[in-house]
Design a protein around this ligand. Structure first.
Ligand SMILES: Cc1cc2nc3c(=O)[nH]c(=O)nc-3n(C[C@H](O)[C@H](O)[C@H](O)COP(=O)(O)O)c2cc1C
Length: 208
C-alpha cells in the first residue's frame, strides 16, 4: 500500500471507530482474561459514577504485540490511542496476574512504544492528561511492584498519576457494599480532579 493510501486507510479507521464510539472525557481500558470478572465488576462500579466515560475491553479489540518493524499498524491500537488522545483522563483496569498486570494489558502497554517511534505526535498529545488504575487481586494488598509500571509509563508520557483503586473480592460477588462505596469515592476523586483541571484551564484562558 502506498504511503498516501495508508494515511487514508488510517483516517478511515479512526472515523469509523469515532462514529461508533465518539470520544469521551474519560477513556477506560480493561485487560482481563474474563469479560464479566472481578476487574470488570469493580471497573463498572467506578464507571457508573462518571459523567462522560467510555470503557474499552481489550478482548473486543485486535491489538498485536509490539513489533520492531511496525507491521501491525492496521490493527486497533492506533484508533484506541486516538480515543485516549481525545480524552482528559485514562483509567487502566487490570487484575493482578502473577504479581503483575494482565498479559492483555502488557501487550497494550508494549504497543505504547509505537507512540515514541512511528506516531510521536500522538504520544506527545498524552501530556497533561490524568491516568488512574483500577485493579483486583486475590491478595488484600497488591504486590509492591504492581502499580509502578502504570505510574511510570504515565509519567513517561507526561501524564499526571492519579493513583490506584485495588480491591480483593474474596467471596464477595456481587460487590460488597464497602467495595461499592470505595468505587464511588474513587470515581468522585476522578471527577473532582477533572473539574479542578477544567477550572484552572478556564482561568488560564481568561487570564490570557
Ligand atoms: C492467572 C492468574 C494469576 C493470578 N495471580 C495473582 C497474584 O499474583 N496475586 C494476587 O493477588 N492474585 C492473583 N490472582 C487472582 C486474581 O488477581 C483475582 O482473582 C482477580 O480479582 C481476578 O480478576 P478477573 O476476574 O478480572 O480475572 C491470579 C489469578 C489468575 C487467574
Amino acid at each position: 500500500m502506498s504511503e498516501g493510501a495508508e494515511i487514508v486507510e488510517f483516517l478511515r479507521r479512526i472515523f469509523e471507530r469515532r462514529s461508533v464510539h465518539p470520544p469521551a472525557s474519560i477513556t477506560g481500558i480493561l485487560g482481563s482474561s474474563r469479560k464479566d470478572g472481578n476487574t470488570r465488576a469493580l471497573t463498572d462500579a467506578v464507571f457508573q459514577h462518571l459523567d462522560d466515560a467510555r470503557l474499552f475491553d481489550l478482548s473486543d479489540l485486535s491489538i498485536a504485540p509490539y513489533d520492531y518493524k511496525h507491521v501491525h499498524m492496521q490493527d486497533d491500537f492506533l484508533p484506541l490511542a486516538e480515543m485516549m488522545a481525545q480524552s482528559k483522563a485514562i483509567i487502566f483496569a487490570s487484575p493482578v496476574y502473577w504479581y503483575s498486570m494482565s498479559a492483555q494489558m502488557k501487550v497494550f502497554f508494549d504497543r505504547l512504544t509505537d507512540l515514541t517511534e512511528t506516531h510521536k505526535t500522538l504520544g506527545r498529545s498524552f501530556s497533561g492528561k490524568a491516568a488512574y488504575l483500577v485493579a483486583t487481586g486475590g491478595g488484600k494488598t497488591p504486590p509492591p511492584s504492581f502499580e509502578a509500571p502504570f505510574a511510570e509509563t504515565a509519567g513517561y508520557f507526561g501524564m499526571h498519576w492519579g493513583g490506584m483503586l485495588h480491591r480483593s473480592f474474596g467471596k464477595h460477588c456481587p460487590l460488597a457494599t464497602e467495595i461499592k462505596a470505595d468505587a464511588t469515592a474513587f470515581a468522585d476523586k476522578i471527577e473532582t480532579s477533572l473539574q479542578a483541571a477544567d477550572a484552572m484551564s478556564a482561568r488560564g484562558v481568561l487570564a490570557a
